[in-house]
Ligand binder design. Structure first.
Ligand SMILES: Nc1ncnc2c1ncn2[C@@H]1O[C@H](COP(=O)(O)OP(=O)(O)OP(=O)(O)O)[C@@H](O)[C@H]1O
Ligand SMILES: [Mg+2]
Length: 303
C-alpha cells in the first residue's frame, strides 16, 4: 500500500455536554407487537433471502421490525451480504435510502451508487458479552439508571455507538459517518465499497507506518480531548481504504469520567504501540499515552 494517510480536518470543538439517551420502548418494538399485514409481508420477504437464512439468529422479530422501520424512514433500501459476523454484532452491506443520502463530489452514476452504500451493524440481543457490556455502561453519565436486562443494555450500547461516532466525527477523528439508529440496528457510512472492501490495519502491509502512526496518535488525542476513550483500539478496529485510515467499533468507548477510563486508555496505547513497534517504529505505550493526554495548551505539532 502506498497511502499518504492524510489527517481529517476537525470541525467545531465538541462541547462538554452529554445528550441524554433514551432507551425506552421503541417504535420497532411496537411494530413487532402489532404484527400488521405490511410488517408480516416484509418479514416473510426477508426470511426468504439468503442473507437471512445465513444470519437467522441475528434477526428476531423485533430486530426485523427495526430494519423495517429503517426502510420505512428511508435509511435503507436493500440489504446486501454480511461483511463480518462477530459475537456481539454482524455487519452487513446495504443500499442506503434517500433519507441518508450524502453529497458526494462528482456525479458519475457509479459514484452515486457508491454514495448510497451503507454499513448496517446489527447487535445481538442475546450477546454473550452482556455482562461485560454493563461494566462499560456503568459509570458513563449518559447511561445512569439503565435497566439490568439484556435488551436494555444492548439498546443502550447501540445508541452509545451512534453517539460516540457523532462525537468522534465532530472532534475530527475519521470514523464512519453515523446515519441512523433504531433499537439494536445502526446504519452508518460504508467505508470502501461492496466490491472493494476496506481492510483492517491488521490485514495490510503498512508501507509508511510512520505517517500511519502519526495519524492514529493524533486521532487518539482528538478523541481524548473530546472526552472519549475508545476502549478497544487496535489494528483490528482500524480500517483502511483509499489512503484513509478510519477508526471503527466505538460501542464500548467511554467518557473520560468513567472509573476505568484510565485503564482502557492504557490498554489502547499498549495495543497501538505494540502494533507499530512490530512495524519497526520505536514507540512505547507510555509515550503514546503522554502524547494523547497532553493538555491542550501545548503545541499540537510536537512529539
Ligand atoms: N462502516 C464500516 N465500513 C466498512 N466496514 C466495516 C464498517 N464497520 C464495520 N466494518 C467491518 O466489519 C468488521 C466488524 O465491525 P466492528 O469491529 O464494528 O464490530 P465487532 O462487533 O467488533 O465485530 P468483531 O467482533 O467481528 O470485531 C470490521 O472489522 C470491518 O471489517
Ligand atoms: Mg471490532
Amino acid at each position: 500500500m502506498s497511502e499518504e494517510f492524510v489527517l481529517l480536518e476537525p470541525e467545531d470543538q465538541p462541547g462538554d455536554e452529554w445528550e441524554a439517551l433514551d432507551v425506552s420502548d421503541t417504535e420497532a418494538d411496537r411494530i413487532a407487537r402489532r404484527q400488521d399485514r405490511e410488517f408480516n409481508e416484509f418479514r416473510e420477504r426477508v426470511k426468504n433471502t439468503e442473507q437471512f437464512k445465513l444470519q437467522a439468529s441475528v434477526f428476531d422479530d423485533a430486530t426485523l421490525a427495526a430494519v423495517y422501520k429503517l426502510v420505512q424512514d428511508g435509511y435503507v433500501d436493500a440489504f446486501g451480504g454480511p461483511v463480518s459476523t462477530g459475537k456481539e454484532a454482524s455487519v452487513f452491506e446495504a443500499l442506503g435510502g434517500a433519507a441518508g443520502e450524502r453529497p458526494e463530489p462528482g456525479s458519475a452514476a457509479a459514484a452515486e451508487e457508491y454514495a448510497r452504500e451503507v454499513a448496517v451493524k446489527v447487535y445481538r440481543i442475546n450477546s454473550s458479552n452482556f455482562r461485560q457490556m454493563r461494566d462499560y455502561l456503568e459509570g458513563d453519565p449518559r447511561f445512569e439508571g439503565i435497566a439490568n436486562d439484556k435488551k436494555a443494555v444492548v439498546l443502550a450500547w447501540t445508541k452509545k455507538e451512534f453517539a460516540n461516532l457523532k462525537r468522534a466525527r465532530t472532534a475530527g477523528v475519521r470514523v464512519p459517518e453515523p446515519i441512523a439508529v433504531q433499537r439494536n440496528v445502526l446504519v452508518m457510512e460504508l467505508v470502501g465499497h461492496a466490491d472493494d472492501r476496506a481492510r483492517r490495519l491488521s490485514e495490510v502491509d503498512v508501507e509508511n507506518p510512520e505517517t500511519a502512526y502519526e495519524v492514529v496518535r493524533e486521532y487518539m488525542r482528538r478523541l481524548h480531548r473530546a472526552g472519549l476513550v475508545h476502549g478497544d483500539l487496535s489494528e483490528y478496529n482500524m480500517i483502511i481504504h483509499d489512503g484513509e485510515l478510519v477508526v471503527i467499533d466505538m460501542g464500548q468507548a467511554v467518557t473520560v469520567h468513567h472509573p476505568n477510563a484510565g485503564e482502557f486508555l492504557d490498554r489502547d496505547c499498549e495495543n497501538v504501540a505494540a502494533f507499530f513497534t512490530r512495524q519497526g517504529i520505536d514507540v512505547a505505550g507510555a509515550d503514546l499515552r503522554a502524547y494523547v493526554t497532553e493538555p491542550e495548551s501545548g503545541s499540537d505539532s510536537d512529539q
